[in-house]
Design a protein around this ligand. Structure first.
Ligand code: PLP
Length: 393
C-alpha cells in the first residue's frame, strides 16, 4: 500500500485523550502567568466551583499535575495505611490496574470477580460485603466506565449494596472516562472519593487529574499512614490553592474555564443526551455489521450497561483488530483505540466522548467499514446506514 499524505482533520476516535475544541485550544494559548497573581486566582476559583458542579459535590476537591494514575495514587495514599484491605469490583483492564497499584503500595486487594462482557452481578457484591462482619474491608473501589470493554457500572447499585449490608466501607469511584459523559452525582450517591482526569469528557489536554473527597474520607485521611508528600491532602489544604504541591498548571485552567462554559452552555443533561444518541448510533452500526452472528460484534453483552462513551468491537477468531486500526489510521486518517490487556489484537475501540457530533461519528463509522473491507474482516456492509437510521428514527 502506498503511503498516503494525510489531509483534512485527523478523525480522533480514541476513548481518551479526546478532541480538544478550538475554543479550548485558543483559551490555553496564552503567556505564562504567576499562579498567585490575582487575575489567575479568580479563574482558578471559578474552575474549582465549576468542577464541583460537574461532580455534583459541595465537599472537597484536590487537583494534581498528573494523569489519572496520579489521582488513583492520591486516593490510596491519602486514605489508607499499610496492610489495609480494599475490595475492587472487577470490570476489566482499569480495575485490574487500580488494584495492582494498591498492591504495590502495600494494600491487600480483594476482588469481586466479574465477566468482562456482562459486568458484575450485584448479588456477589452484597455477598462479599455481608461476609465481612468484622468490617475488615476499608473501601470498595469501582470504575464507573471500563474504558477497555465499553461496559458501564451503575454506581447507585454499589451505594445500595453498602447500605443494604450496613457496611461502613469508603466508596471510591473512578470517573476518568465517564465524567461529563454520563450522569454522576458524588454527594447524591454517597461517594467518598471520586477520581477524574482532564483528557476525556472535559475535552482538555492530558496532564491534570483530581479527586472529589467527602467529609468522611477527609476524616479517614487524618489517620492514614501510607507515605505521601506530593499528593498529601493535608499539605495541600494548608496552601492558598488548597491543591498542587508545586507549580499550578495555569494554562490548563484557562482551558478548563472554557470547557466548563461549553458544557454549561449545552447543559449537562444536553451533553449526556448527545453522548447517548451518538453511542446508540455506533452500536446500531456494529449490530448491523454482526450480520447473522458471524461478523464483528459488540464486546458488551449487557445492553443495560453498554457504555455511552466507548464501544469495544470484537472481531471473529483469527482476524486482526490491529490491522483494521492501522488501515484506518494510514488510509483514512482515523485514529481508533487499541485492545488492552487480554483483549490486545482482538478488539478495537471507538471512543465517542467529548467534543463530537453526528457527521464525525458517521465519518468514523464509514472509515471503519472501509478498513474492515480492505482487511477481509467479516461484516455485513451497510453499518453507516444503520447508524443514520438510529440518528433519524
Ligand atoms: N481509569 C480509566 C477508566 C481510564 O480510562 C484511564 C485511562 O484511560 C485511567 C484510569 C488511567 O488514566 P491516565 O491514563 O490518565 O493515567
Amino acid at each position: 500500500m502506498n503511503a498516503i499524505t494525510p489531509r483534512g482533520r485527523l478523525f480522533f476516535a480514541n476513548p481518551g485523550p479526546t478532541n480538544i475544541p478550538d475554543s479550548i485550544l485558543f483559551a490555553i494559548a496564552r503567556p505564562s502567568i504567576d499562579f498567585n497573581d490575582s487575575a489567575f486566582f479568580a479563574v482558578y476559583e471559578r474552575c474549582v466551583a465549576g468542577l464541583k458542579r460537574i461532580l455534583r459535590t459541595e465537599q472537597h476537591l484536590f487537583l494534581y499535575t498528573a494523569s489519572g494514575h496520579g489521582a488513583w495514587e492520591a486516593s490510596m495514599v491519602n486514605l489508607f495505611s499499610p496492610g489495609d484491605t480494599l475490595l475492587v469490583i472487577e470490570t476489566g483492564h482499569f480495575s485490574e490496574s487500580w488494584g495492582k497499584m494498591g498492591r504495590a503500595l502495600g494494600l491487600k486487594i480483594e476482588t469481586v470477580a466479574a465477566d468482562w462482557r456482562q459486568g458484575v452481578d450485584f448479588a456477589d457484591v452484597r455477598a462479599a460485603l455481608a461476609a465481612d462482619t468484622g468490617h475488615r474491608i476499608k473501601a470498595i473501589c469501582v470504575v464507573q466506565n471500563e474504558t477497555a470493554t465499553g461496559v458501564m457500572l451503575p454506581l447507585p447499585e454499589v451505594r445500595a449494596a453498602l447500605d443494604a449490608t450496613g457496611h461502613p466501607a469508603l466508596f471510591l469511584a473512578d470517573t476518568i472516562s465517564s465524567l461529563g459523559c454520563m450522569p454522576f452525582d458524588m454527594d447524591g450517591w454517597g461517594i467518598d472519593c471520586v477520581v477524574g482526569g482532564s483528557q476525556k469528557g472535559l475535552m482538555l489536554p492530558t496532564g491534570m487529574s483530581f479527586t472529589g473527597v467527602s467529609d468522611k474520607a477527609l476524616t479517614a485521611h487524618r489517620t492514614s499512614t501510607l507515605p505521601k508528600h506530593y499528593f498529601d491532602w493535608t499539605e495541600m489544604g494548608a496552601r492558598r490553592h488548597k491543591s498542587f504541591i508545586g507549580t499550578v498548571p495555569t494554562s490548563l485552567f484557562y482551558g478548563l474555564e472554557e470547557a466548563l462554559r461549553l458544557i454549561e452552555e449545552e447543559t449537562l443533561e444536553g451533553v449526556f443526551a448527545r453522548h447517548t444518541r451518538l453511542a446508540r448510533a455506533v452500536r446500531s452500526a456494529v449490530r448491523h455489521w454482526a450480520g447473522n452472528g458471524d461478523g464483528v460484534h459488540l464486546f458488551c453483552e449487557n445492553d443495560a450497561r453498554a457504555s455511552d462513551s466507548v464501544t469495544t468491537i470484537l472481531l471473529p477468531e483469527g482476524q486482526s483488530a490491529d490491522a483494521v486500526r492501522a488501515t484506518a489510521r494510514e488510509r483514512f486518517n482515523v485514529s481508533l483505540g487499541a485492545g488492552l490487556n487480554k483483549l490486545a489484537g482482538k478488539v478495537f475501540r471507538i471512543g465517542h466522548l467529548g467534543d463530537l457530533n453526528e457527521p464525525m461519528i458517521l465519518g468514523t463509522l464509514a472509515s471503519v467499514e472501509m478498513a474492515m473491507k480492505l482487511n477481509g474482516v467479516t461484516h455485513r456492509p451497510g453499518g453507516v446506514a444503520a447508524a443514520m437510521e438510529s440518528l433519524t428514527p
